[in-house]
Ligand binder design. Structure first.
Ligand code: UD1
Length: 422
């Protein structure tokens, strides 16, 4: 088993570059099955979710090579349309191939992802949206059989909730539908804009990505071609490193991402009483390690991202006064709070609210990552805790953070990767 041993108390300073965005690259990879050809995607993080998506594409018959942050994908012979449970259960984002497969073949078989620790995470919005394009669904033995018997046609959908995954699947399927499609109440995340840019470069006709209404004019297979593309910077990794800099005083410059992709998140973090300087390609954070309490709720973009909720909770746990964090996106995303309490935080979770009573300091303890962002946040807590914190469950962190401990080390953190026999 691997553990991260974190000894708290060091000041972090210096400059750090973020990697390419996990939530973008996974969808770009999925989109490559829409049109046979050779794709090059650069600025790709070496994280396990990328390896799982590579296996999904291989399962569909594609050839995938990864090296030096570059993915070479050849979908020329990708002629299968089935994604097995072994892969989908490892990573829910595997279902991003549903829309592209429907576009390419008019049918797809994708295993149901099942629940995961941060919530039930259903697919009902994906199905309801795709039905407007003429897709019929049947679920048998845990496998979704999707078919468009008369081919895909344009359709209009208003999403009940601005789901990132449902917006992406609908947008990708609609590219090859006959006629015009519209998504109302679409998710507006920057990763959706990156995907729309990728698809438009391929020959798709998408407008409005990044706004609540996305319009897709269907094109024909012959209008599409393969492309080369650089992934956008990972705003969630950036936010995590900004919190690290804030907790450990800085100055830390986090670069390689667009600050406007973190608009409200950076504002909320700076409202807690620290200095933030904005640059074109990043921010510099500096603090005295003392924070004001906060009242924040997670919402789809441009709201405060659920993927930064746990990191903010670490700051709130040592803030002056009582904070309230309301989680509106995933129902079980406070599991990590229990681990933070083991480090001396005072947190009471009541449904989708967490009440955090700031304490004067945290104390190091053995803690277990409960999910990707929770795991990364436990490391952040260890950076300010008294003594040593041992974070286990590193597989969660490796899903989405490339060289996480090395990056923090390069800023001055005292972190060691330890292998144990257990
Ligand atoms: C994506 C991101 C994830 C981020 C989330 C919200 C990727 C790979 N993951 O996840 O990091 O935290 O957006 O910003 O991009 N829901 C339904 N039915 C559906 C679809 C979703 O009930 O058919 C619910 C989910 O259970 C969840 C909420 O809607 O409670 C948000 O889900 P969604 O926006 O779809 O997130 P993902 O695309 O899964």
């Amino acid at each position: 088993m691997e553990l991260l041993k974190v000894r708290g108390g060091n000041v972090l300073s210096g400059e750090i570059q973020v990697s390419g965005a996990k939530n973008s690259v996974l969808k770009l990879m999925a989109a490559s099955v829409m049109c046979p050809g050779k794709y090059t995607i650069t600025r790709v993080p070496g994280i396990s979710d990328v390896y799982v998506m590579s296996d999904v594409l291989r399962e569909l018959g594609a050839q995938v090579d990864f090296g030096d942050h570059t993915l070479s994908i050849d979908t020329t012979h990708a002629d299968k349309y089935e994604t097995p449970y072994e892969l989908v259960k490892k990573m829910r984002a595997s279902i991003a191939v549903l829309g592209p497969l429907l576009g390419r073949f008019g049918k797809a078989k994708v295993s149901m992802p099942g629940g995961c620790q941060i919530g039930e995470r259903k697919l009902d919005l994906h199905f309801a949206a795709l039905e407007h394009l003429g897709v019929e669904f049947e679920i048998e033995h845990g496998v979704v059989h999707a078919n468009a018997p008369k081919g895909l046609h344009g359709g209009r959908v208003t999403l009940d909730f601005a789901s990132v995954g449902a917006t992406e699947n609908f947008m990708m399927a609609a590219v090859l539908a006959k006629g015009t499609s519209v998504i109302d109440n679409a998710a507006r995340e920057p990763e959706i804009v990156d995907l729309a840019n990728f698809l438009n470069d391929m020959g798709a006709k998408i407008s409005g990505a990044g706004s609540p209404v996305i319009t897709i004019e269907g094109v024909e297979h012959k209008d599409l071609h393969s492309v080369d593309h650089e992934t956008i910077g990972d705003r969630i990794e950036a936010g995590t490193l900004v919190v690290a800099g804030a907790l450990c005083k800085g100055p830390v410059t986090v670069s390689g991402f667009k600050p406007e992709h973190l608009g409200l998140a950076l504002q909320k973090i700076s409202d807690m009483g620290l200095e933030l300087d904005y640059h074109e390609n990043g921010v510099t954070v500096k603090s005295d390690g003392k924070f004001k309490a906060i009242d924040v709720q997670t919402l789809p973009f441009p709201g405060f991202p659920t993927d930064l909720q746990a990191q903010l909770m670490v700051m709130a746990s040592v803030a002056d006064g009582n904070s309230i964090i309301t989680e509106n996106v995933f129902e079980n995303r406070f599991m990590f709070a229990g681990e933070l309490v083991r480090m001396g935080a005072e947190i009471r979770v009541d449904g989708h609210h967490a009440l955090i009573q700031g304490v004067s300091g945290l104390s190091g303890a053995p803690v277990a990552s409960t999910d990707l962002r929770g795991g990364a946040s436990l490391v952040l807590a260890g950076l300010i805790a008294d003594g040593e914190t041992e974070v286990s469950g590193l597989k969660h962190i490796k899903r989405g953070y490339e060289h996480y401990s090395e990056k923090l080390q390069s800023l001055g953190a005292d972190i060691e990767l330890v292998k144990t026999d257990e």
